[in-house]
Design a protein around this ligand. Structure first.
Ligand code: PXG
Length: 289
């Protein structure tokens, strides 16, 4: 496997980061996960723009242009001869001393891994996921801005542990006010009386690229939709529910806290979104060649 590291492609065994890198010492950095399907990178520019915005929000100045980072991403995929898979970009603050001060770090470091990902076993895509509500909350925007895709994922990992320990695959995370924010690595959608609903980004959701694609598809399919504040009540009484994310794609949810959603089976509108999203990923994107 060839890895992009800073300015060049290197062998996996040579892709090494310093123990003094602040990405490792403090989780000081940002990342992106992007899918490529059928020799095309899905929403490449949108992902790279989010990477730049996340970096900007944490005062991490990237010494590359957006176009360059897009090109590095495509080059890494090409170098590994892949046509379908997942590419992870990580930017760290770089090497510094044993102190928080990011201004003492010389230069940001970037690595890009092109590989594959399978988040959930296939049967969950067909039969749906049972999920739970976890006690771990999304941090308040005043603590850690939810739009920033930072290297601080401990909060999400604690939530994921709660999900797995209770026999579920994913967990609904509430914000400090008790409203639904999202899941540990996915955005949440529900359907009620034919209308699609999803929490506001300002309620603590990541502004997901898949989420945006689903809202665009809803408009195209003439399914009414609204971004609004949601509670667990709204999910309990919903007709259908599904999660979205680059890694998870679109995955149906069949229960929350062991209460069936709708009739407890994958719903018809969810199925329409799954097909429409699949079509979109297979037919659009930046060519790898
Ligand atoms: N919320 C959070 C907190 C995320 O990390 C999403 C929503 C979905 O956003 P996109 O843009 O991908 O539609 C994410 C991104 C994993 C994993 O292993 C998940 C993500 C990133 C990296 C790893 O579950 N999801």
């Amino acid at each position: 496997m060839k890895i992009w590291l800073d300015e060049e492609l290197v062998e996996e065994k040579d892709a090494k980061i310093s123990v003094f890198d602040h990405g490792l010492l403090y989780g000081d950095g940002v990342f992106e996960g992007i899918r490529f399907y059928n020799n095309r990178v899905f929403r490449l520019e949108e992902h790279i723009r989010r990477l730049f915005e996340s970096a900007r929000a944490i005062v991490l100045n990237l010494p590359w242009t957006l176009e360059q980072v897009c090109q590095f991403t495509v080059d890494t995929i090409k170098a590994n001869g892949l046509s379908d898979g997942y590419v992870r970009l990580v930017v760290t603050r770089g090497t510094g001393g044993l102190g928080l001060n990011p201004y003492l770090c010389e230069r940001p470091s970037m690595f890009i891994i092109a590989s594959t990902i399978q988040l959930y076993p296939k049967e969950f895509y067909e039969n749906g996921l049972p999920i739970i509500t976890c006690a771990t909350r999304r941090p308040a925007p005043s603590a850690l801005m939810p739009q920033v895709k930072s290297l601080n994922y401990l909060n999400n990992i604690m939530a994921k542990i709660e999900a797995i320990q209770s026999g579920a695959q994913e967990a609904v995370m509430l914000n400090e006010q008790g409203y639904v924010a999202e899941c540990t690595g996915d955005n949440l959608f529900l359907l009620k009386n034919g209308k699609l609903l999803t929490p506001l980004v300002s309620d603590g959701a990541l502004d997901g690229v898949t989420r945006r694609a689903i809202l665009e598809l809803a408009a195209q399919l003439s399914i009414p939709f609204e971004e609004r504040t949601l509670t667990r009540y709204d999910i309990y009484i919903s007709d259908e529910c599904f999660l979205t994310g680059t890694a998870a794609e679109v995955i149906p949810v069949i229960s929350l806290d062991r209460r069936p959603i709708g009739d407890g089976k994958v719903g018809p509108l969810t199925q329409r979104f799954i097909s429409a999203f699949k079509e979109l990923t297979q037919t659009t994107g930046t060519p790898i060649e």
